[in-house]
Design a protein around this ligand. Structure first.
Ligand code: SAM
Length: 344
């Protein structure tokens, strides 16, 4: 299966007992997203473009760097509190994981639930196929499927008919909500309500603002894996979209921006240079950043306020000893979503 979508929106690939349904955005949509991002000020590419096969491998390596403590912290919370976090889930619950990545974090939930099923959603088809086979082998009795799609544009879940009535537990780990700005985050969470249904619940991992030096180091590790991850995006533009750009002409930077409560990750142009893509020519000034992703951080109170605007109410929160990272359990609120007030 190709990463950049060959236009097939309904294909599927099965291997090793794990089937992936392909709804990757087709190539023209990818090009349009790149065009739109390059026209912004500052220029900013969609974070999901970071994840092709190589990008997914590099992200898995980032998770093993000593500066990036998020993965180990969240995994420990899930292992320790799986039973409490799954409280209230009926037998037969379908776990829908958004941005499943290396699917390392879902096992404690699958073990805590009675007769679960599992749907892994991710933009990176090749990663999904490989890790899905491994997860299926580790949980042979759990029915599983993969869905290669943009979770920010998911009108429905293509489920087998006999899964349709299962109650749903959304799972969004890794603080990936932070890749959206707050208004987008509200709209994304609001869109999950109909996807997960009125009996649905949502488990979501949220990273909190803390020591700026530690946060910047987490996204700019000493081994240079975060830098390689960001630079891979330019390789991807070259190899898959035919862009004429020199990755060597950019250096990587991660900066804590306190006013926005976010880490900004950027490729900074070293000297003036041009990027050509299809009929587009973009001129970068010396020092001009190309934002590869933001990672917004939320205090528990700020996150719960955002969730409330999106129509969710918090029923449980588990955090590490330093209270720097939380897994929240949410259920649909009585009030309908209203994202008009959400701002940066
Ligand atoms: C930050 S990684 C987190 C991976 C894993 N969930 C974890 O917690 O370690 C984000 C994951 O979400 C996927 N992803 C990013 N943006 C996406 C999007 N818009 N739609 C679907 N998947 C996306 C990436 O391919 C990647 O696997």
């Amino acid at each position: 299966m190709v990463e950049m979508g060959a236009g097939a929106r309904t294909g599927s690939v099965a291997a090793g007992g794990f089937t992936v349904i392909d709804r990757h955005p087709p190539a023209p949509d990818v090009l349009a997203a790149v065009r739109e991002g390059l026209a912004r000020r500052p220029r900013q590419l969609p974070a999901w473009l970071l994840y092709d096969r190589r990008g997914s491998e590099l992200f898995a390596e980032i998770c093993r760097q000593p500066e990036y403590t998020l993965t180990a912290t969240e995994l420990e919370l899930l292992r320790r509190h799986a039973a409490a976090l799954c409280a209230g889930c009926s037998p037969g619950t379908l776990v829908v994981e958004f941005g499943a990545g290396s699917v390392e974090k879902v096992s404690p939930l699958l073990q805590a639930l009675a007769a679960p099923a599992y749907l892994a959603v991710d933009i990176s088809a090749s990663a999904l196929q490989e890790v899905g086979q491994r997860l299926q082998a580790a949980h042979p009795t759990v029915p599983m499927l993969g869905l290669c799609a943009d979770y920010g544009d998911l009108p429905d879940l293509p489920l087998p008919a006999d899964w349709a009535t299962r109650p749903r537990l959304g799972f969004f780990p890794g603080s990936s909500l932070g890749n959206f700005d707050p208004a987008e985050a509200c709209r994304f969470l609001a869109a999950l309500r109909p996807l997960l249904g009125e009996r649905g619940q949502l488990l979501i991992g949220i990273d909190q603002p803390r020591d700026p030096t530690a946060l910047e180091a987490a996204y700019d590790d000493g081994a240079g894996v975060s830098a390689a991850f960001a630079l891979n995006l330019l390789q991807r533009l070259r190899l898959e979209l035919g862009a004429d750009v020199d990755p060597g002409g950019f250096r990587y930077r991660a900066t804590w921006e306190a006013d926005h409560s976010r880490v900004a990750m950027a490729l900074v142009s070293v000297g003036p240079q041009r990027l050509r893509l299809a009929d587009l020519e973009v001129v970068f000034a010396d020092g001009e950043p190309l934002i590869t992703e933001y990672s917004y951080k939320y205090t528990p109170a700020a996150f719960l306020a955002l969730a409330a605007q999106a129509g969710w109410s918090g029923v449980d929160r588990r955090c590490d000893d330093a209270d720097g990272f939380s897994v929240h359990r949410l259920q649909p609120a009585a009030a309908a979503p209203d994202c008009s007030a959400s701002a940066v």
